[in-house]
Design a protein around this ligand. Structure first.
Ligand code: ATP
Length: 454
């Protein structure tokens, strides 16, 4: 496979491609949109599903020390008192006295409004949790919050999971779900949204082993992004300084990605010590100890938390996969998505709309669809259709031509190299499965031959 050339991509190109091809739309667009809320379109929803599936597979399915959970978004309000969110989950907010725009004071370079240069108010703390009411009466007693992270659902279920799965330390709980933050400064497309999705792990360990597991998860998580095709040089670790550390964290590393606007956090990995279980035990009055069979002692596990964002991962993947290549007089835009992540795995393209080709092409389409997300496209020239698939990152195209009617063979064309092979239709599904699993295109199936190079 040809090595993709790194392209300095700007955010506008990504936003425009996402809009044009149906990856991501502004939320409630017909009403003018809703600030920092986004809707994932037909391709975006597939990309997101694939990201979540790849994560779940790596951290739950393929491990025997992890289990999954899907806790509710609304939680008992005491949760947020115990976790420290009611008091501490706040950003310092300043307002411009002239244009009234609001800013996070810790994001600002100077002392004036970045938009109009006006004078700013003194900072005051602004809690980022969305508040709502449970039941028909809007009173203080019925206030609940939309969770700002999925983590707390895993802490409060620690005992339930231990008792029902009989997991022994070290083990982890994984969860994917929506989180909500009333962010002050938003922007950079889906990088910072007010509603977003997290993929979080709470890994419970014996107290004296926390450092070892912390180091393990930092490496493990970085490798996950690299395995999914993100270029290593676009990823880095960044250790939090003493001042930056969250109230619960003993140590924290971010995995940063080199986004078009610069290095920024993709995932945070924190050593939370015993903070969470101690807090919830004391607030609920329920013991959240763990009985260590080996030492016959009760211990409070320490927690290592790798916390990633689905939306930020999607953005990093889009930026990293984006490429432009000269193509005769035009430019070929393509997304070099890893095959596991590509929204559409295979496109079936009859060479023309001529009636004789339709039944064969449709039959292939129906057959492949049972296994993968497949598109059927018969509009415009074959060259155009290849470009359309390149632009959405479809790894393989199957072309049905007039010769197919005689020799019962079709071609497979590879996105990155544009190489083609020709093979019997009877071998197609098995061959696609192998290629999507990483087999080189030119490893030929029985009856197959190289058709075109580049
Ligand atoms: P930041 O410093 O960028 O505000 P954070 O440190 O507050 O992020 P965490 O609380 O560590 O973020 O959340 C874990 C992960 O959840 C982040 O690494 C990110 O991928 C994702 N995330 C957090 N806030 C947002 C948001 N507003 N929009 C999209 N994703 C987010």
């Amino acid at each position: 496979m040809a090595q993709p050339t790194p392209t300095k991509v700007d955010m506008e190109k990504i936003v425009s491609l996402c809009r044009r091809r149906g990856f991501i739309f502004p939320s409630s667009e017909i009403y003018g949109g809703l600030s920092s809320c986004w809707d994932y379109g037909p391709l975006g929803v597939e990309l997101k599903r694939n990201i979540k599936q790849a994560w779940w597979r790596a951290v739950v399915q393929e491990r025997d020390d992890m289990v999954g959970l899907d806790a509710s978004i609304l939680m008992h309000p005491q949760t947020w008192e115990a976790s420290g969110h009611l008091k501490g989950f706040a950003d310092p907010l300043v307002e411009c006295k002239s244009c009234h725009l609001r800013w996070r004071s810790d994001d600002l370079q100077g002392n004036n409004c970045p938009s109009c240069g006006g004078e700013l108010t003194e900072p005051h703390l602004f809690n980022l949790m969305f508040k709502t009411f449970m039941g028909p009466i809007e009173e203080q007693a019925s206030v609940v919050y939309l969770r700002p992270e999925t983590a707390q659902g895993m802490f409060v279920n620690f005992e339930n999971v231990v008792n029902t799965t009989r997991k022994r330390l070290p083990f982890g709980i994984a969860q994917i779900g929506k989180a909500f933050r009333n962010e002050i400064t938003t922007g950079n497309f889906i990088f910072r949204c007010r509603e977003f999705e997290q993929m979080e792990i709470e890994f419970f360990v014996k107290p004296e082993t926390d450092k070892e597991w912390f180091d393990y998860w930092i490496e493990e998580r970085l490798n996950w992004y690299v395995k999914l095709g993100i270029k290593r040089e676009n990823l880095r670790f960044r250790q939090h300084t003493e001042e930056e550390l969250a109230h619960y964290a003993r140590e924290c590393y971010d995995i940063d990605y080199l986004f078009p606007m610069g290095w920024a956090e993709l995932e945070g990995i924190a050593n939370r010590g015993d903070f969470d279980l101690v807090q919830h035990a004391s607030s609920s009055g329920k013991s959240l100890d763990y009985f260590d069979e080996e030492t016959k002692q009760h211990v409070t596990p320490h927690i290592i938390e790798p916390s990633a964002g689905v939306d930020r991962t999607a953005l990093a993947l889009l930026c990293d996969a984006y490429d432009e290549e000269p193509d005769e007089d035009e430019i070929r835009v393509l997304l070099h998505f890893h095959t596991d992540l590509a929204p559409i795995k295979v496109a079936v393209l009859p060479l023309s709309r001529r009636e004789s080709l339709v039944p064969v092409a449709k039959q292939i389409y129906a057959d492949l669809r049972q296994q993968w997300m497949v598109q059927y496209d018969d509009a415009q020239s074959i060259g155009r259709r290849y470009r359309r698939q390149d632009e959405i990152g479809t790894p393989l195209c199957v072309t049905v031509d007039f010769q197919s009617l005689e020799d019962e063979q079709v071609t497979i064309r590879e996105r990155d190299t544009m190489n083609q092979i020709r093979l019997p239709i009877a071998e197609l599904r098995k061959a696609l499965e192998a290629k999507l699993g990483g087999e080189p295109l030119f490893a030929l199936p029985p009856g197959g031959k190289i058709w075109k190079e580049g």
